[in-house]
Design a protein around this ligand. Structure first.
Ligand SMILES: Nc1ncnc2c1ncn2[C@@H]1O[C@H](COP(=O)(O)OP(=O)(O)OP(=O)(O)O)[C@@H](O)[C@H]1O
Ligand SMILES: [Mg+2]
Length: 266
């Protein structure tokens, strides 16, 4: 561990707490992400994983604690500085979040038009290149409503890559896809991040994807990280919560608190 710590982290969260009204979603998160790691965040539905990603890109502000991108504290930045960090961070949203009134091409053009001074020709070149990477060149002029779920995920991925980000955040990249398409997306994430030497944080509760993609894993449970380490540690975890989650069992500590049932009744 000591040897790795000599490198300065790309991202660090220090004692981060986040409350929505009375509800404490994150309750003291510590995390350092080193360059070129592929960190998988696992945890229950409603546990705060998407919230954590929103904190990282500065859409949300922690109630307590700090989020740093390199040596900059994300929540102390003004609009312009925050945009500099956003330009270095690509986000693949849980529900692809393409803008429905814009074509695939215009969805990809948007971050470049908003956050850079790139000219029209250059923008077009990058759009073609990124669509090619995800093998979606043929849908450039289509509207999001004309695409399948898996195609939208790929376009979301391409859009996250247009600014050549140092950090890519993936929120459930393969959820809802068939196992083959899901594997294709996983392979794409690995090859793209290796190719561009990007660092990635991947939220998923698909165990196969998690083990395929991750170079390191953390598990979020009741607002805290209860496990952090290499994937093989998760396969043989003695922690009953981690073991239950990895094996997908219904019996075990998860669910016993009754929170799940309360959540379901809403
Ligand atoms: N803007 C908000 N205002 C109030 N509560 C919120 C807000 N965003 C999220 N929450 C609450 O925070 C909790 C965590 O939500 P979050 O979306 O981060 O969960 P998640 O781990 O991503 O779940 P899933 O796996 O289902 O996507 C939930 O209880 C949710 O209702
Ligand atoms: Mg989520």
């Amino acid at each position: 561990m000591d040897g790795e710590m000599n490198q300065s982290p790309l991202l660090s969260l220090e004692h981060v707490k986040l409350r929505f009204g009375e509800q404490t979603v994150l309750d003291g998160i510590h995390l350092q992400v080193q360059p070129q790691e592929r960190l998988v965040i696992m945890g229950q539905s409603g546990g705060g994983k998407s919230t954590l990603l929103r904190l990282i890109i500065g859409i949300l502000t922690p109630s307590e604690g700090r989020v740093r991108f390199r040596d900059q504290e994300v929540n102390r930045l003004g609009r312009r500085q925050l945009n500099v960090i956003r330009a270095k961070t690509g986000m693949v949203y849980q529900y692809s979040a393409l803008i429905s009134s814009l074509s695939v091409r215009d969805n990809l053009a948007l971050p470049m038009e908003e956050l850079t001074r790139m000219g029209a020709k250059e923008i077009e070149r990058v759009i073609d290149e990124k669509l090619e990477l995800v093998q979606m060149g043929h849908v450039k002029d289509q509207m999001p409503s004309e695409l399948s779920g898996g195609m939208k995920k790929r376009i979301g991925l391409a859009r996250a890559l247009v600014l050549e980000p140092e950090l890519i955040l993936f929120d459930e990249p393969s959820a809802g896809l068939d196992p083959v398409t899901s594997s294709v997306i996983d392979e794409l994430i690995i090859s793209l991040t290796e190719h561009t030497r990007a660092t990635s944080v991947i939220v998923t509760h698909e165990m196969n994807s998690a083990f395929r993609i991750g170079t390191r894993m953390v598990m979020l449970y009741e607002g805290k990280f209860i496990a952090d380490g290499p994937p093989q540690d998760f396969r043989q975890s003695q922690n009953p919560v981690v073991a239950q989650f990895v094996e997908g069992r219904t019996n075990g500590p998860i669910g016993e608190s009754g929170k799940w049932e309360v959540g379901m009744r809403k």
